[in-house]
Design a protein around this ligand. Structure first.
Ligand code: NAD
Ligand code: TYD
Length: 337
């Protein structure tokens, strides 16, 4: 099989390529990535030179390049996106461009080149926010209600992907997953930011009252879910993937990390809340469990320990990333405490 992975130099994409090359060593994998601030080829150093792996630097909005790259491709796994909510609040423009226009360019090329499967990786944020008090969870029939520019751009891309299936019969599948964590995550997202800040002796910034709830999914479990969807998923279908956490507020996530790292709670700093901050996400992953036999395998606390150990053992990876552009972003984002 010949696989095109978009955004393969990012957090989940690089984990997915490492997973795929290990488990399907005879498949060819092409990684198309623009190498924005979030893309890092160091994450893929172990597959560099592998004859079945090719890297192409380029923009998913570039029609000519995308059509060239799509020739002979059987399966597309589309991760490439602007992915950080706070950056989408500062400047939505690149989110509209990459997440909407870029997805459209890929869909057109997939149709033209007769790809056998277009898998679109999306987010639970398209569903909006749940109440803290409720026990409700997102499921495949939950109406869309995106509330940040990031979520709105991902929602638009999901609609386009479905429209290409309904209208043109493009063989698509979609997964909407919850918050991923694990190795190679850019340290702008909560868990990677908290761990790397603590290693550097800096505090963990917690937005607002810290009672916002996310559903946490270890990245390896997510890669397995995508693998199963590619092998056994039904064309045209959407699958929600979530982790094993049950309504754990951000402040508790921060405290867990602090405890594992042997620090004390004075390292938590409450900072100004994010505008439009979604209160609670929770995922009902019953459909993918029942229909494809998927279950997340990683207990949150154990996976958190593994992730912390990885960031401790790989300081050069994230220290390199935390220099340059990251510094000005951090100052702008966290200066109004
Ligand atoms: P990321 O920000 O770490 O990586 C995104 C990658 O896409 C980077 O390598 C970047 O260089 C590349 N990219 C950006 N714009 C591009 C363009 N125009 N052309 C080509 N490449 C481009 O993102 P991630 O956390 O790995 O997320 C991957 C996907 O999963 C995204 O679609 C995101 O919406 C979705 N998702 C992520 C999470 C999460 O918790 N990280 C949760 C749900 C869904
Ligand atoms: P984040 O990792 O940005 O993912 P998302 O916004 O996609 O859920 O944030 C996870 C949660 O942590 C979210 O409720 C916002 C909060 N948060 C903080 O409290 N402090 C921070 O510095 C960051 C980045 C996020």
């Amino acid at each position: 099989m010949k696989l095109l992975v978009t955004g393969g130099a990012g957090f989940i994409g690089s984990n997915f390529i490492l997973y795929w090359v290990k488990n399907q060593p005879n498949d060819q994998v092409v990684n198309l990535d623009l190498l924005t601030y979030a893309g890092n080829l160091e994450s893929l150093s172990s597959v560099k030179g592998n004859p079945n792996y090719t890297f192409v630097k380029g923009d998913i909005c570039d029609v000519k390049l995308v059509n060239q790259v799509m020739e002979d491709i059987d399966t597309v796994v589309h991760f490439a996106a602007e992915s950080h909510v706070d950056r989408s609040i500062m400047d939505p423009a690149p989110f509209i461009k990459t997440n909407i226009d870029g997805t459209y360019v890929l869909l057109q090329a997939a149709l033209k080149n007769n790809v056998k499967r277009f898998h679109h990786v999306s987010t639970d944020e398209v569903f909006g926010a749940l109440n803290l008090e409720s026990k409700e969870k997102f499921h495949e029939k939950t109406p869309y209600d995106p509330r940040s520019p990031y979520a709105a751009s991902k929602a638009a891309s999901d609609h386009l992907v479905r429209a290409f299936h309904t209208t043109y019969n493009l063989p698509i599948t979609i997964s909407n997953c919850s918050n991923n964590f694990g190795p190679y995550q850019f340290p702008e997202k909560l868990i990677a930011l908290a761990i790397t800040n603590l290693i550097e002796g800096k505090k963990v910034p917690v937005y607002g009252d810290g009672l916002h709830v996310r559903d946490w999914l270890y990245v390896d479990d997510h890669c397995e879910a995508i693998d199963l969807i590619l092998q056994k998923g039904k064309v045209g279908e959407t699958y929600l993937c979530g982790g094993l956490t049950e309504d754990i507020p951000n402040i508790e996530v921060a405290k867990k990390i602090i405890r594992i790292m042997g620090k004390d709670e004075s390292m938590i700093e409450f900072v100004k809340d994010r505008p439009g901050h979604d209160r609670r996400y929770a995922i009902d992953w019953g459909k993918i469990h029942r229909e494809l036999g998927w279950t997340p395998k990683h207990d949150f606390d154990e996976a958190l320990k593994k992730t912390i150990a990885w960031y401790k053992a790989n300081e050069s990876w994230w220290k390199h990333v935390k220099s340059g552009e990251y510094k000005s972003y951090y100052e702008q984002q966290y200066s109004h405490r």
